[in-house]
Ligand binder design. Structure first.
Ligand SMILES: [Zn+2]
Length: 212
């Protein structure tokens, strides 16, 4: 089966035990782990995203996004145009960025599907808790890269997988809409392939790139 990121043949196979039996593939080349299939249907995805309590009233969620901005964004950029990709049902991060002074656009295939937004270029693009949901990460990253101005910042948050041996017991794949799992090695592959410079990572879930 072809890796949906680097297109190499993903030979490794990981099957989770009952009751929730699912098969994942591991790409030995870029270290991506991905669900073999079937992928969640669009209406199931939509329903699940509405259940996420990602609202301004959820103080834990707001605090997590503030921490993300403080670590991954503000050391590198604090003004200009910004796109929050995968903004979700309530654009909390976009509001926080607008408060800082960014000129913020949002895009979300379910909740803000305005195609014009994806034909512009931005100084900053954020995608928090998004990359684990995408079915074709190579296309999505190429699209985001295309939407970045030269020297623009791309800041991502997605939990890095713990390696093949630990994967079965890991909590993050239990959400049925999580289908793609990256590691630091995967992020290095992305930097190399898309000509990005890795500026910062906590090696757990946060990573910041600059477009060269
Ligand atoms: Zn790969």
């Amino acid at each position: 089966m072809k890796c949906p990121l680097c297109q190499a043949r993903a030979e490794g196979r990981i099957t989770t035990p009952p009751p929730d039996v699912k098969t994942y593939r591991h790409c030995g080349f870029c270290d991506l782990i991905f669900l073999e299939g079937p992928y969640p249907a669009r209406d199931e995805e939509h329903r699940r995203y509405l259940e996420h309590e990602n609202t301004p009233d959820n103080t834990g969620y707001v605090r997590m996004l503030e921490s993300f901005l403080k670590q991954a964004v503000l050391p590198y950029i604090n003004e200009g145009s910004a796109l929050d990709f995968g903004s979700g049902p309530g654009p909390v991060l976009a509001d926080l960025m607008a408060d800082i002074g960014f000129d913020v656009a949002i895009y979300d295939p379910f909740f803000a599907p305005c195609p014009d937004v994806m034909s512009q270029q931005y100084h900053l693009i954020t995608a928090t808790e998004v990359m684990e949901h995408v079915f074709y990460p190579c296309h999505v990253i190429a699209e985001l890269n295309h939407c970045l101005l030269s020297s623009g910042i791309l800041a991502l948050m997605t939990h890095f997988h713990p390696g093949v041996a630990e994967f079965i017991n890991w909590w993050y794949h239990r959400d049925p809409t999580h289908v793609m799992f990256y590691s630091l090695r995967t992020m290095n592959w992305i930097a190399c392939h898309f000509d990005l410079t890795m500026l910062k990572t906590d090696k757990q879930k946060i990573i910041t790139f600059r477009k060269n």
